[in-house]
Every structure is written in structure tokens, then in C-alpha cells.
Design a protein around this ligand. Structure first.
Ligand code: ADP
Ligand code: MG
Length: 248
């Protein structure tokens, strides 16, 4: 099987710190993969590299057979790779619908400066995604008025606007109350069952175990383990990385 996303030997340094240290990671079409690891292990930095938000120091990244190592973020978005951010990026002063409309304009032209007219097809897609994400009744609310969980859902909706084939989600459950966490899990499962591959960064290990087909574990910038959720959770090296420091 050829991978949809295939990254080889990715290295990212910040001065003297190697935040991502030669990571190989791939995601197959339609796969749901979890990326876990202790705080500071390089998960968000790796996402920044994969989505081309950050330049890498060495390695290569391909998406659907296209070398994207030197592409710009909006170019890879157009190829079908969309992402969310650990720190939510919605325009708080704009409404829920406006945020959704704006997200697709950015993907088309690489800038959010031009807020032109929205076509009927885009409006229909906004409506159906808001329905799917239980945000319809909030469509005219300012995004800044939403709860943490609703804002996560909005961000997922914004990423889905461009009909991606791969969705990178960074901490989709942080700051979300438990009821909404299971709703988010259900929605992601449905998105995935419609053929969208997902790579999920999570601190909530239970969420990953429930949802993911395969899990990759990072520790200090390097890949520590990879396998099914149960294989990974039973791996002594993984237990050590998570709990070793506290002596548990
Ligand atoms: P995670 O998402 O797994 O918690 P990060 O990717 O955010 O980890 O961070 C990995 C390491 O890189 C940490 O040591 C962090 O302090 C460092 N780091 C992340 N971003 C920057 C940056 N912009 N400048 C310097 N160091 C950074
Ligand atoms: Mg992070």
C-alpha cells in the first residue's frame, strides 16, 4: 500500500534543541492514526513540519505521491491535507458561519485578506457541516462566545470545508468537557468512515485507544514505539516514558 502521507527522517531544530529527531511517519488512505507522547516530545512541532507551517532541517515529506517538502501550507491544503492547531485559531469577532467561509477562501488563495462573496455551494457545505457538528443553531454567534468544545468542533469544521483526504488534529479534546469529548469521537469516526484519513495528536490516551487503528509514540523528538493501541500501551518503553519520571 502506498501511503497517503509519508515523511522520512524529519528533523526540526530550534537553536541547540532538536525538537524532532529523524522521525519516519506515514498515514495510509483512510487510516486513523494517533500520535502520542509526553509533553514537549515534539508532537506539535512534527505537525507543523507535516503541514508545512515550519520548514524542516532535513528529511522529506510526500503527500499522495507528491513531494511537498518545500511546498507552502495553502498549497498542501489544496492537495487535500488540512490541520487544526493546539491553540485554537478561529476569528473570535466573526460568526461561526463566517469562520467556516473564510477557512475555504484561505485554502483557495493562501490569504484571508480578501473576504469576497460566498458562492451557493460553499454556503450549502457550511450549513451541512454545521449541522453535522451540532453547531447549526450557533451559526450567527460570534466564535468568541462559544465554549471550548464548540470551538474545537468549529475548528474541525473549518478544516473539513476543503474536503481534505487527510486531517491533522492537534489536541482535539483539550479544554473540552467529557460529554462533548465523546461527541467529538463519534464525529471523527464518521468523518473517517467516509474515507478521510486522520492523524490525531492527543494527550487523552483513552480517546486514542478507542479511536485509532495505529498509534505512534514520540519521546524527546524521536519515535519510541508504533503499533496497535494495545501493543503500544503494553510496551515497557512507553510506560517508562509516560510514568518513569514519577516512578509509577
Ligand atoms: P508537544 O506538542 O509534544 O508537547 P512541542 O512540539 O510543542 O511538543 O515541543 C517540542 C520541544 O520543542 C519542546 O522542548 C518545546 O519547548 C520546543 N519548542 C517548540 N516550539 C518551539 C519554538 N518555536 N522555539 C523554540 N523551541 C520550541
Ligand atoms: Mg503540542
Amino acid at each position: 500500500m502506498t501511503a497517503l502521507l509519508d515523511a522520512r527522517g524529519v528533523v526540526k531544530r530550534f537553536g541547540g534543541l532538536t525538537a524532532v529527531d529523524g522521525v519516519n511517519i506515514s498515514v495510509g488512505a483512510g487510516e486513523l492514526v494517533g500520535l502520542i507522547g509526553p509533553n514537549g516530545s515534539g508532537k506539535t512541532t512534527l505537525f507543523d513540519c507535516l503541514s508545512r507551517v515550519s520548514a524542516i532541517d532535513s528529511g522529506s515529506i510526500s503527500f499522495d505521491g507528491v513531494d511537498i517538502t518545500r511546498r507552502r501550507p495553502h498549497q498542501v491544503a489544496r492537495l487535500g491535507l488540512a490541520r487544526t492547531f493546539q491553540l485554537i485559531r478561529v476569528y473570535r469577532e466573526l460568526t461561526v458561519s463566517e469562520n467556516m467561509e473564510l477557512s475555504i477562501q484561505w485554502r483557495r488563495i493562501g490569504t484571508t485578506r480578501l473576504f469576497g462573496r460566498t458562492d451557493a455551494a460553499t454556503r450549502r457545505r457550511v450549513e451541512s457541516l454545521l449541522e453535522f457538528l451540532m453547531l447549526s443553531r450557533l451559526r450567527h454567534e460570534r466564535a468568541g462566545a462559544l465554549s471550548g468544545g464548540q470551538r474545537r468542533l468549529l475548528e474541525i469544521g473549518m478544516a473539513l470545508m476543503s474536503e481534505p483526504r487527510l486531517l491533522l488534529l492537534d489536541e482535539a479534546t483539550s479544554g473540552v468537557n467529557p460529554t462533548l469529548v465523546s461527541e467529538i469521537a463519534d464525529r471523527l469516526q464518521e468523518v473517517n468512515s467516509n474515507g478521510v484519513a486522520i492523524l490525531l495528536v492527543e494527550h487523552n490516551v483513552g480517546f486514542v485507544a478507542e479511536l485509532c487503528h495505529r498509534v505512534v509514540v514520540l519521546d524527546r523528538g524521536a519515535k519510541l514505539a508504533e503499533g496497535t493501541p494495545s501493543q503500544v500501551m503494553a510496551d515497557p518503553a512507553v510506560i517508562e516514558a509516560y510514568f518513569g519520571a514519577e516512578g509509577e
